[in-house]
Design a protein around this ligand. Structure first.
Ligand SMILES: [Zn+2]
Length: 330
């Protein structure tokens, strides 16, 4: 793998390549962004580029350094992850000690700290000095999906690079390249909301379960049935889980609505997103006019936007359901 083979986040790649070109890669960095978008891979590619014997701005994938880093046995590149869910001071002490020693085999030492938000306070504090004044040959890359739980003292000493979710199109393309069926690739890319790692690992049964759930919610909303049970389930879950689960359900809802619009607008039915739901969609067609479908789609899209932009989840849910067909559900 090289930078060009990492999916998405082209801005991050561009910044890193430019920094490599100018020999100005920051020694202390914080890679931040949602899960499954390739932060660790990007850090490893950077470690390879910093040590590559042939190329300056990307891994050549041919030299000994690139090969050894790929195999995880290059002494100057170290990946640190939580042990029993915590990054302890001993792990950070080792990083500190090693970072002052000249590289053994390569040109630069690179330390990649996975789930950096799991550093306990002691561990984080022990890193401050090295983040502040690292030796020129040592690079520390902290990785997190939650910038808000990183201590400000850590954050302020690092160059922060923000990662974005991978686009649906890119995920779909990757799945197709790996031999997924057309329809499955489409539906998975819709559901994982930019998480490539999840797209490649999620079970089809799990997806079908979520779609059934979304379909039931959809029908009960159209029929004006009480959705209190659904709401209670969602508001009682942990906030991040709510966000992810609800986001997935909303994406599926939106896809059902798009299919409704296609059906109502007499478009080509082969373009239905949920082809396997065609009969159900046709049967339910009388419940909704074209104008209503368009209106609801706008509302679902707005709710998805709100979730992605960290609006208050509970407020969002209650306004979404009361807006949906103009009745009070909450
Ligand atoms: Zn190389």
């Amino acid at each position: 793998m090289a930078f060009k083979e990492i999916l998405g986040n082209s801005l991050v790649k561009k910044i890193l390549k430019k920094a490599l070109q100018k020999d100005k890669v920051p020694n202390s960095m914080l890679f931040c962004g949602p899960e499954g978008v390739g932060k660790k891979n990007m850090a490893l590619e950077l470690a390879k580029a910093l040590n590559c014997e042939k190329n300056k701005t990307d891994a050549c994938e041919e030299c000994e350094s690139c090969g050894a880093i790929n195999k995880g046995n290059f002494p100057d590149v170290m990946v640190i992850s939580p042990e029993k869910n915590v990054i302890k001071i001993d792990q950070m002490r080792l990083v500190k000690q090693l970072s002052y020693l000249k590289p053994m085999r390569g040109k630069r030492r690179v330390f990649i700290v996975i789930e950096a938000e799991k550093m306990n306070e002691e561990a984080a504090n022990s890193l401050l000095k090295i983040l502040e004044e690292p030796p020129f040959f040592s690079y520390i890359i902290l990785i997190t999906h939650n910038l808000y739980v990183i201590l400000p003292t850590i954050k302020s000493r690092c160059q922060v690079l923000n990662f974005l979710p991978i686009s649906k199109e890119d995920i779909e393309k990757t799945l197709l390249e790996r031999g997924y069926e057309d329809e499955k690739a489409k539906i998975i890319s819709l559901l994982v909301r930019g998480n490539l790692k999840q797209a490649l690992s999620i079970e089809w049964e799990e997806i079908q379960m979520k779609r059934t759930q979304a379909w039931q919610l959809f029908i009960s909303l159209l029929k004006g049935e009480k959705t209190a049970l659904f709401l209670r389930n969602y508001t009682s879950l942990a906030r991040t889980l709510v966000k992810e689960e609800l986001g997935q359900i909303l994406e599926v809802l939106a896809s059902f609505l798009r299919d409704f619009i296609l059906l109502k607008g007499e478009g080509d039915l082969r373009l239905l997103m949920n082809l396997d739901y065609r009969e159900e969609i046709e049967r339910a067609a009388g419940l909704l006019s074209l104008e209503e479908s368009l209106d609801y789609l706008t509302k679902v899209d707005y709710a998805i936007y709100g979730l992605n932009n960290n609006l208050n989840v509970n407020l969002l849910i209650s306004s979404f359901f009361s807006n949906f067909i103009g009745r009070d559900y909450v």
